[in-house]
Design a protein around this ligand. Structure first.
Ligand code: PNS
Length: 160
């Protein structure tokens, strides 16, 4: 049973995240999407809201579970018995940060490999910050996020 952790902030989850998750499902027996609370990033959605969203979005994905990540991802991966940490790599601009994080995680937990997956080229420009900017300025969100996420972003922006 090969388990991988897919950690991230997922604020909000995008079609790019789901694309990576689909690809990871083909490589591993089980996946845990691990949501970092990341209070320093002042998230748009609370960790609980992101948990509910990702659980709804992955309901049909039998291999996938969703949890809130407490502490270091390296320690979490060890506790869970994971063999890999999944990260999406969109463009060269992601490389420096991902490289540092992968090497730091390797120092912290040499048993776990970071596996980088490339999303579909449709999503290489996409990130959660862009989605929030588009939403705040009234742009169409459906190309970037699933309808449920678009709905909840609009609701929250209206103060709901
Ligand atoms: O989606 P993001 O914001 O790029 O994800 C960053 C994340 C959550 C993967 C990173 O901040 C993380 O791993 N946080 C958990 C705490 C941790 O392990 N930090 C050390 C990483 S080397």
């Amino acid at each position: 049973m090969r388990l991988a952790i897919y950690p991230g902030t997922f604020d909000p989850p995008t079609r790019g995240h789901l694309d990576i998750l689909d690809r990871a499902c083909k490589l591993f027996d089980r996946l845990i999407v691990a949501i970092a609370e990341n209070p320093q990033k002042a998230p748009f959605f609370s960790a609980k809201e992101r948990l509910n969203l990702l659980q709804a979005l992955t309901r049909e994905m039998e291999k996938v579970e969703v949890e809130i990540l407490k502490g270091l991802v390296a320690n979490y991966a060890q506790r869970k018995g994971a063999v890999a940490i999944i990260r999406g790599m969109r463009a060269v601009s992601d490389f420096e940060y991902e490289f540092q994080m992968a090497l730091a995680n390797r120092h912290l937990n040499p048993q776990v490999e970071t596996v980088f997956l490339m999303p579909s080229e449709n999503y290489t420009f996409l990130n959660s910050t862009l989605v929030k900017n588009i939403a705040e300025l009234g742009g169409e969100l459906n190309p970037f996020v699933p309808p449920l996420v678009a709905e909840l972003i609009h609701k929250k922006l209206k103060g709901g």
